[in-house]
Design a binder for this molecule. Structure first.
Ligand SMILES: NC(=O)c1ccc[n+]([C@@H]2O[C@H](COP(=O)([O-])OP(=O)(O)OC[C@H]3O[C@@H](n4cnc5c(N)ncnc54)[C@H](O)[C@@H]3O)[C@@H](O)[C@H]2O)c1
Length: 352
């Protein structure tokens, strides 16, 4: 058994609420038994409970959230649809539990602020499931950017589309873009100061199936995020165009997660004429070896480690609020037909 940073080897007791498409993965990770165990899990649907009970003998399953809250677990994982995150996470904090909440933290910035404040007051860990911040390929790219490999980043664009699960309340941007907003902020260490979004609902009124979000940063840097659950492709990718090189991260291509293109435009001065010349450079293509660790496993271990050492998680409540602030501004833009909206972050949220 490996030890936590604090030296403790005790598996943390975790309760899981929500055993749907994603919650079952969290149940699997936290049930590994080395760093954590899951004695109790809850879902409103009999089918989800039956599947979990069949797979994990000894796991107590219930449809009653109160049984999880009043059990002896130290931490609670909330993986229900986002509209219920606030109530469930708030109740878990009231019961003195450390809390992991799936993304988006909540659907309302003010409620998000209340959760962060409650966690702070109660001395509890609050972590949001911004899984891309735990992705080894993102770590690799972050270091490459920080080491100057790409040169100054000019612009980025992310695509997160599929033909997939439709959500009842949150639109495609609220459902998917938390991954890209948190990933880009983490990668660049920068926050946008202006956002704009356009989108359209085709399948149900008022819930956009496709949203194109643009974010503006200092020094002319921009990022674009395309989210849709009504698309023929299954794509989760990020392209970063830098002054020196360009990078593509494709999360759906395990053999070639990151590709570095030594492509760019070099600016040279002709000192005889004092004219600037732009020269196209199409050099080598490099596919670096990236750690194969599963992002979900890294993320869950991070939560357990923070429970032991009581340090703020990388994707803590403030990180959740940063993403909500961008989403709320983008939603206002969306409703106005795409008018850019300024975003300002209070000091405590400023450091991505
Ligand atoms: N990190 C990721 O890559 C990722 C991927 C998919 C979903 N998610 C997030 O995970 C969360 C869950 O998404 P999902 O796709 O699993 O949804 P889902 O609809 O498949 O599952 C949600 C489950 O929660 C249960 N539930 C709802 N309210 C409940 C309550 N009050 N008490 C007990 N059970 C309740 C439902 O019965 C259902 O089984 C969402 O926040 C979503 O955004 C994250």
């Amino acid at each position: 058994m490996s030890s936590s940073p604090s030296g403790s080897t005790r598996p943390v007791r975790v309760g899981v609420i929500g055993l749907g498409a994603w919650g079952k993965n969290l149940l699997r990770e936290f049930s590994r038994g080395i760093h954590s165990v899951v004695p109790i899990a809850c879902d409103a649907l009999p089918d989800a409970r039956a599947k979990a009970a069949a797979q994990y003998p000894g796991l107590k399953v219930t449809d009653d959230v109160k049984q999880v809250l009043s059990s002896d677990v130290e931490a609670i994982v909330v993986s229900t649809p986002p509209a219920s995150h606030f109530e469930l996470a708030s109740a878990a904090l009231d019961h003195g539990k450390d809390v992991f909440v799936e993304k988006p933290l909540v659907l309302d910035l003010e409620q998000g602020g209340q959760l962060v404040e409650k966690a702070r007051r109660n001395g509890r860990i609050l972590m949001v499931g911004h899984i891309m911040e735990y992705h080894p390929a993102v770590e690799w790219l972050k270091k490459y950017i920080e080491d100057g490999g790409l040169g100054k980043v000019y612009y980025l664009y992310a695509t997160r589309v599929n033909l997939g699960k439709l959500r009842d309340i949150e639109n495609a941007m609220w459902s998917f873009a938390p991954h890209d907003i948190s990933m880009i902020s983490y990668l660049l260490g920068e926050l946008p100061h202006r956002v704009a979004a356009v989108g359209q609902s085709y399948l149900r009124p008022g819930i956009e199936d496709v949203v194109f979000l643009t974010m503006w940063y200092n020094e002319k840097m921009m990022a674009h995020v395309h989210t849709s659950w009504l698309d023929p492709h299954k794509a989760r990718s990020l392209t970063i165009v830098g002054q020196k090189q360009m990078a593509v991260f494709s999360d759906t291509d395990p053999a070639q997660r990151i590709t570095i293109f030594d492509k760019g435009v070099d600016v040279t001065m002709d000192y005889n004429t004092y004219a600037e010349y732009l020269t196209l450079r199409t050099g080598e293509v490099h596919i670096p070896k990236v750690d194969n660790a599963e992002p979900l496993a890294v993320e869950c271990r991070h939560f357990i480690d923070r429970i032991h050492d009581r340090k703020p998680p990388r994707s803590d409540g403030n990180d959740g609020l940063r993403v909500l602030r961008v989403l709320e501004a983008a939603q206002r833009s969306l409703q106005s037909g795409g008018t850019p909206v300024e975003v300002a972050f209070p000091d405590e949220e400023k450091k991505p």
